[in-house]
Design a protein around this ligand. Structure first.
Ligand code: SAM
Length: 269
């Protein structure tokens, strides 16, 4: 839980506000705008890639909702944007429940303001790497029925956590708390680290981000695949965004930034 006395630091970039800028939002400051310009010089398609990541998540939540999953735990949810998880989920079921979790003060304050009058969706200020605390939060214990399937969403957030083994343990803990028929949806930047042009391109993005966020780590396919241990991947498996979501191809050149993002959806057996 963020410290009550914590204040928004305008000198240090925030991942949540930077991502909001990528999505075309207005909740950002000069410090994020400078970093954004540097990143776009390396990957001009990066903003479109961020938007396609959101569209993919939208598609997945829509699919799970029509498949009978009406509860979502959206970890590293980010700032509210168009097409938030709860908006998609309630379209399929007006009683759908969503708990958003983020540890960024800007995201928490905007998220809470957005959901102030919502009776089935909540925004929790917490560190997702502490599943014990998240799962004990009253929003989770009171808002979600953990005897019924839950869609766990980890959209473009795990690259902010450098310790791969820790992520595996954290995911295992969340999955242990939900029943069979629950799902994990995850997107993650890929770095094949194989000397290829994609690896060079990905490393350039990764290093630029690390200047501002030292714990950032892009991962290989095998590292990301490890996050799905014990689950059954559905759809085309763990693939780049343009393969899972061919519509993204219309907006992204297949040999470009589209390959930078791995996405996967898996069911707990
Ligand atoms: C790039 S945004 C992604 C937002 C959204 N999930 C999506 O895919 O569109 C990453 C978000 O994760 C949050 N985040 C990073 N590390 C976190 C942590 N340890 N616990 C909770 N939130 C975290 C950041 O504050 C940011 O809002």
């Amino acid at each position: 839980m963020p410290d009550r006395d914590q204040v928004i630091d305008l000198e240090r970039p925030s991942e949540a506000r930077l991502y909001d800028l990528f999505l075309g939002g207005k909740n950002n400051f000069e410090v994020e705008r400078r970093l954004f310009q540097d990143l776009v010089k390396i990957a001009p398609e990066a903003p479109e890639l961020a938007r396609e990541n959101r569209r993919w998540l939208t598609e997945v939540i829509g699919r799970l909702s029509t498949d009978g999953v009406h509860q979502f735990l959206d970890l590293g949810a980010g700032l509210p944007t168009r097409q938030n998880t709860h908006e998609i989920a309630v379209r399929a079921n007006p009683r759908a429940a969503v708990v958003y979790v983020d540890n960024d003060l800007t995201a928490i304050s905007h998220g809470r303001a957005l959901l102030a009058d919502d009776r089935t969706s909540y925004f929790v200020g917490a560190d997702l790497t502490d599943p014990g605390a998240v799962l004990k939060d009253p929003a989770v214990t009171g808002g979600l029925d953990l005897t019924k399937p839950v869609g766990i969403i980890l959209g473009l957030v795990l690259h902010s956590i450098s310790d791969t083994d820790r992520i595996e343990r954290v995911i295992a803990e969340y999955l242990a708390a939900v029943p069979s028929g629950s799902y994990l949806a995850l997107s993650h930047p890929l770095n094949p680290r194989d000397g290829s042009r994609l690896a060079e391109f990905s490393t350039a993005m990764e290093e630029k981000l690390q200047e501002a966020f030292p714990r950032v780590r892009f991962r290989t396919w095998h590292e990301v695949a490890g996050f799905f241990a014990g689950l059954d991947l559905v759809g085309p498996g763990l693939v780049d965004l343009t393969v899972w979501w061919p519509k993204a191809d219309q907006n992204l050149s297949p040999a470009g930034a589209g390959q930078l993002m791995l996405v996967g959806l898996a069911r707990k057996p």
